[in-house]
Write a protein that binds this ligand. Structure first.
Ligand SMILES: Cc1ncc(COP(=O)(O)O)c(C=O)c1O
Length: 322
């Protein structure tokens, strides 16, 4: 509330400028742009790297394709070619044969978008060696790279790989402050001066230019300066939760895949229905979401402590009793 503010549409908000500078440095990029949401950061990144008629390659579960209202087609005239793969981590080999020939009949494959950590595929950290290989091949083939790094801080803490290392392999990167980091809102897009200048213009077009945005940027600055190391606690809590859930008859999960703060729980359809469980949990003050195939998604964050985890597992145990 005490943040120094100015008019960010004119680039005159000192707190926003400080956040942008710090995040550009953290990721080893020239510039950064503060935006209201992760969706806007992704859309502006991809929008600034593409032309109408271009095609983007990504996994079929990624947020940019699945959960952004068809924004790539709607806003930028970009088609998406998705790749199905069980684990959500794409390799160069998965992408190579999806690049269309340079022929006027086809859309122009121009960009690859990756996600780290994976959301729908269980909070897993994208292996850095896979990213390095994709980036090397993409650069040699004139393809741009965007990273949906909504939870890149979680990836960095879980892998002990600094943000700057992840940043090297992408042209633009989005990062959210409002997820595990606990800020009430806000995300950032980082990239080169040229890309961020384009994104700045597009942000204005989308109505995302905010005036005294410093109050929101101050919360984001607080989050990155105070709430990053503690993400380890969320990751440990996710494993504690997962451990206790594995003991419950009718619930199952893949423990080895719990690398950060997302726990996907498989509900045995013979024992219970996930939507009904989600509703019963909500009635008891426990908020989780669902997915297809009778799945429940639980996320740990700074407002959830070990006692809460106990409450979640004992409530689930009760609800699953025959
Ligand atoms: C991987 C990923 N990217 C982007 C977003 C979008 O963030 P926002 O809800 O702030 O638009 C989300 C939101 O859950 C996400 O999980």
């Amino acid at each position: 509330m005490k943040a120094k503010v100015g008019d960010d549409v004119f680039g005159e908000d000192p707190t926003v400028n400080e956040l942008q500078k710090q995040m550009a440095e953290n990721l080893g990029k020239e510039d950064a742009l503060f935006v209201p949401s992760g969706t806007m950061a992704n859309q502006l990144g991809i929008g600034s790297l593409t032309q109408p008629g271009d095609e983007l390659l990504c996994h079929s579960s990624y947020h940019v394709f699945q959960w952004e209202g068809g924004g790539l087609a709607r806003l930028w005239g970009v088609t998406t070619r998705t790749i199905e793969k069980e684990e959500g981590f794409l390799d160069v080999e998965d992408l190579q044969n999806k690049v269309r020939p340079l022929d006027s009949h086809y859309a122009k494959t121009s960009i690859i978008s990756l996600e780290n950590t994976l959301n729908r595929m269980g909070g897993r950290v994208y292996p850095l060696d896979k990213i390095k290989k994709i980036a090397f091949w993409a650069r040699n083939n004139g393809l741009k790279m965007h990273l949906d790094g909504a939870r890149l801080f979680n990836a960095s803490i879980a892998s002990d790989i600094p943000l700057k290392e992840w940043g090297k392999y992408f042209d633009t990167i989005s990062v959210c402050f409002s997820k595990g980091l606990g800020a009430p809102l806000g995300s950032i897009l980082v990239g080169s001066k040229v890309e961020i200048e384009k994104a700045h213009r597009l942000r204005k077009v989308m109505g995302g230019g905010m005036r005294q945005a410093g109050v929101a940027a101050a919360a984001a600055l607080y989050a990155i300066n105070n709430n990053v190391e503690r993400l380890k606690i969320d990751h440990a809590n996710a494993r504690i939760l997962a451990n206790s859930i594995m003991e419950i008859d009718g619930l199952d999960l893949e423990f080895s895949k719990i690398e950060t703060n997302i726990v996907w729980i498989k509900v045995d359809p013979k024992k219970a229905k996930a939507p009904e469980l989600i509703k019963s949990l909500k009635d008891k003050g426990i908020l989780v979401t669902g997915g297809p195939d009778n799945l429940i998604r639980a996320v740990t964050h700074l407002d959830v402590d070990e006692n809460d985890i106990q409450k979640v597992s004992s409530t689930l145990l009760d609800l699953m009793k025959p």
